[in-house]
Write a protein that binds this ligand. Structure first.
Ligand SMILES: *Cc1c(COP(=O)(O)O)cnc(C)c1O
Length: 349
């Protein structure tokens, strides 16, 4: 990315001009004793109050944990909010485009459709590795964002850091690296690079390793200029106070429980690979850096249905490009994984 490149040059004109919503709570910092500014009900503490629009306390804790400055952090109602906001800040509907590396997480494409933004699709190699040349070749003057998902959903693999860096260093646009599964992966996160790379946006979430998918908490790390625009466009109170409180409680725990969950999931991932590979219906189990396995089977549609009839739900990815015959299986508890294996074994008898 050229040195004189400015984030403002990528931001939509109307967003640059936007006068953002401001509440009295934005204008006042500290603890007041009488709040008569927001037409709240004075009864039913504490839920009668609107939440902190910028989630300051939670951000400070998360930033500390991630060794980042809180000014580099945006919190969304799930990562999906961050993804949608990036479109709304950077992509002019009907004019700009994004580059999506398929097969990958569906929300990048869904948000493109919703925002009327063209998707330029580049495919991974058949071994699911990233081809930086192909990605950079797809970029044109109207490209605003490149989406990389690492480890990638649904293929399960992380990408070589050098290949991602080649894209980040050379792309004349925003590069989003979605690290939803980073805690299951041996490769280090790219968030430490955020302060030195103007165009890098890293997504993480509390939905997977933290076990808080229900609390909808997505983290977006980027330079403060990008965070500034996301804050102006988001709904003023995008994160509910129960969700903020849940996340803070989880962060205040010592992390032992979470490390144990991850240890069990990784151990079970290993066991599932071995068990699945021994089944006649399984053609290939792809290597995984995440909490799921992509498994190529004979008759994927039949197996998917049969499992569903037994109350076991997996994800049918067999119609996804490069994923012919594949089911995606999340690593569950020991008992759940055993139930899956037994169900698959019983159909072979
Ligand atoms: C599960 C997942 C997320 C998490 O999304 P949330 O909205 O934070 O729950 C993000 N990206 C990818 C690739 C995922 O698979």
């Amino acid at each position: 990315m050229s040195r004189d490149f400015q984030i403002d040059d990528l931001v939509r004109e109307n967003i640059r001009q936007l006068k953002a919503y401001s509440s009295a709570r934005n204008e006042f910092v500290g603890e007041a004793s009488v709040y008569l500014d927001a037409n709240e009900n004075p009864f039913n503490e504490p839920l009668n109050r609107y939440p902190d629009p910028l989630q300051t306390e939670l951000k400070e804790k998360l930033a500390k944990l991630k060794l980042q400055d809180a000014s580099n952090l945006f919190l969304g109602n799930g990562s999906d909010e961050g993804i949608d906001l990036l479109y709304r800040v950077f992509c002019e509907p009907g004019k700009d485009n994004v580059v999506i590396v398929e097969p990958t997480y569906g929300m990048y494409g869904v948000c493109a459709g919703i925002n009327d933004v063209e998707q330029k699709k580049v495919f991974l190699n058949p071994d699911f590795n990233l081809d930086p040349r192909a990605v950079l070749d797809a970029v044109d003057a109207a490209t605003r964002i490149i989406f990389l998902c690492a480890p990638n959903n649904p293929t399960g693999n992380a990408f070589d850091r050098e290949l991602m860096l080649e894209i980040i260093n050379r792309a004349p646009c925003i590069v989003v690296v979605d690290e939803a599964y980073i805690d299951f992966c041996e490769m280090p996160s790219l968030i430490s690079l955020v302060p030195g790379r103007k165009n890098l946006v890293v997504l993480q979430t509390l939905s997977k390793a933290w076990g808080l998918a229900g609390a909808r908490m997505g983290m977006l790390f980027a330079q403060p200029a990008i965070i500034h625009y996301l804050n102006r466009v988001k709904y003023p109170y995008n994160i509910s106070s129960p969700n903020i409180a849940t996340a803070i409680k989880s962060l205040d725990e010592d992390g032992q429980k979470r490390r144990e969950w991850i240890r069990v999931i990784l151990e079970e991932r290993l066991r599932l690979v071995k068990e699945l590979e021994s089944l006649a219906c399984v053609e290939k189990v792809y290597p995984s850096d995440a909490n799921f396995l992509l498994v190529r089977v004979k008759n994927p549609k039949n197996i998917y249905r049969e499992l569903m009839d037994k109350g076991i739900i997996v994800r049918d990815r067999s119609s996804v490009p490069l994923c012919d015959g594949c089911l995606r299986v999340t690593v569950g508890t020991v008992a759940e994984n055993t139930e899956l294996i037994e169900a698959l074994k019983s159909r072979e008898e």
